[in-house]
Ligand binder design. Structure first.
Ligand code: SF4
Ligand code: SF4
Length: 467
């Protein structure tokens, strides 16, 4: 081994690309990608941004489509309100989500990161795009950054950072709309700030947070901070689809000399794949945690291959096994099984959400109360009910004793009209003919009806005399 090769072997991937040898930040000036995948990602990002900003305005039955109000423990999914009482759905949902993430990653690698992660979409298709527009190519960006404070540098920096702050402010508002609902946000905007100091502080904090992430921290979120990114190493296997350099075809790499017959591999060592990489890595060094799967290097290399007349796909979506064995992408049995499982999990979750009760009733006998004998040869027990109305409308309900001739009488002129988004408390007597009560403690069923439709059956106990 030569001295140079020895040094290379010792220093090979011994630090992240965003850190220099002296431990300082290595600022990445990525080249603007172009090509087939970038065009597809462009479409995806436009749709994504439209959905992200429009979704808070969409309502179903007067409810936002999605709301994650952590402050008031109120969650709305697909227009349905979820309460802490629906925690089991969240628990199942979280388990399904984790299983989904793991299985998805085992099969598709960092597809999520490259295509729909908010960090990637906002950074690559909003903030970096503004930067390219204002400051120009990576070379110009570097010259501007390293150069003296000229008039050009001042106006470009001021314009760029002002736009970054404006977009961060918009994103913070959209996030707030997902937490409080768009009506509340519009109301807050229309009222004096002094009435919402807490929210104003929150908005400023989030704006500055987004601004610092997209203006300064950038790819470090993906390579160092994001737990999903850090977990990739344990989830990948040799069949995982990822962005791979075909070393079998590409090596031994070397410059293209038009005057000589090529005896080397297809990689002409042009470094285009490195120049477009937003995390600054060289995909030819093998699979790396720092690769966010953005496909920019595929496009860059395909363009080079086109120009030199070699087949495209030197860098492509492929598993380690496919590269090692030179086979094309195959949807393996394992992938099919995992995909089927993912599908089943999604179906189970959807069914749970769709079939979830919007009215939940808990009925129990009032403790310490015995039975009473009342007119008409009947026995009477006092019950209490807690009826949770999860909707944003008042709901009239009716309670009926099922399977026997019992009667329900509300105490103190109450009405079974459920207040919206509230737990409604009721006390009522259940009167049942003596002849139907044959035990000291009998099982009875109370049906809950709304607009003539039975929505729930609740079992409880009815006390009678010793026989
Ligand atoms: S872009 Fe392709 S040809 Fe150029 S260095 Fe990268 S892998 Fe090699
Ligand atoms: S290696 Fe390629 S796919 Fe991975 S982050 Fe860099 S450019 Fe994107």
């Amino acid at each position: 081994m030569t001295e140079e090769e020895l040094l290379h072997a010792e220093t090979f991937r011994d630090r992240v690309t965003t850190v220099t040898e002296s431990g300082k930040r290595n600022w990445i000036y990525a080249l603007k990608p172009s090509g087939r995948f970038y065009n597809y990602r462009n479409i995806v990002s436009y749709l994504y941004l439209i959905v992200f900003f429009v979704l808070p305005f969409i309502k179903v039955n007067d409810n936002p489509l999605f709301l994650v109000n952590i402050i008031d423990s109120k969650f709305i999914l697909f227009g349905k309100i979820f309460w802490p009482q629906d925690f089991f759905i969240f628990a199942v949902g979280m388990i399904a989500f984790i299983v989904f993430i793991v299985l998805f990653t085992v099969i598709y690698g960092r597809l999520f990161c490259g295509w729909v992660c908010p960090q990637t979409v906002f950074l690559e298709f909003v903030f970096r795009r503004l930067e390219w527009l204002i400051e120009g190519t990576p070379g110009r960006q570097k010259a501007l950054r390293d150069g003296p404070w000229t008039f050009e540098k001042v106006w470009k920096m001021v314009l760029k950072h002002t736009l970054f702050l404006v977009f961060s402010f918009l994103i913070a508002h959209a996030f707030l709309a997902y937490i409080l609902g768009i009506d509340e946000v519009v109301k807050i905007i229309g009222e004096p700030f002094s009435q919402h100091i807490g929210l104003l502080v929150g908005l400023i904090v989030f704006t500055l947070l987004f601004y610092s992430v997209f203006a300064f921290v950038r790819e470090i979120i993906c390579t160092t901070v994001c737990p999903y990114g850090r977990l990739q190493g344990v989830m990948f296997d040799k069949d995982t689809m990822q962005i791979s350099y075909d070393y079998k075809r590409g090596e031994e790499r070397g410059k293209l000399k038009k005057t000589e017959t090529r005896t080397l591999g297809d990689c002409i060592d042009c470094h285009k794949c490195v120049m477009v990489c937003p995390t600054g890595i060289d995909i030819r060094d093998g699979v790396q945690l720092d690769c966010v799967g953005c496909t920019a290097c595929i496009d860059a290399c395909d363009e080079v291959m086109d120009k030199v007349g070699f087949p495209k796909g030197l860098i492509r979506y492929a598993s380690e096994n496919q590269i090692a064995n030179g086979t094309a992408f195959r949807f393996t049995t394992k992938m099919k099984a995992y995909t089927a499982l993912l599908f089943i999990l999604l179906v189970v979750m959807s069914v749970m959400i769709v079939t979830r009760k919007t009215v939940d009733t808990y009925i129990s006998r009032v403790k310490g109360q015995l039975y009473q004998e009342v007119d008409g040869g009947k026995l009477s027990n006092l019950f209490e009910a807690k009826i949770l109305n999860k909707t944003n409308k008042e709901i009239p309900v009716e309670l009926k004793v099922e399977g026997m001739s019992g009667e329900i009488k509300l105490v103190g002129g109450q009405q079974f009209l459920l207040k919206k988004e509230a737990i409604n408390d009721y006390n009522f007597f259940v009167e049942i003919p003596k002849s139907e009560i044959r035990e000291r403690s009998s099982n009875i069923t109370i049906g809950v009806y709304s607009e003539g439709q039975k929505i729930q059956s609740v079992k409880t106990k009815f006390l009678g005399p010793f026989k």
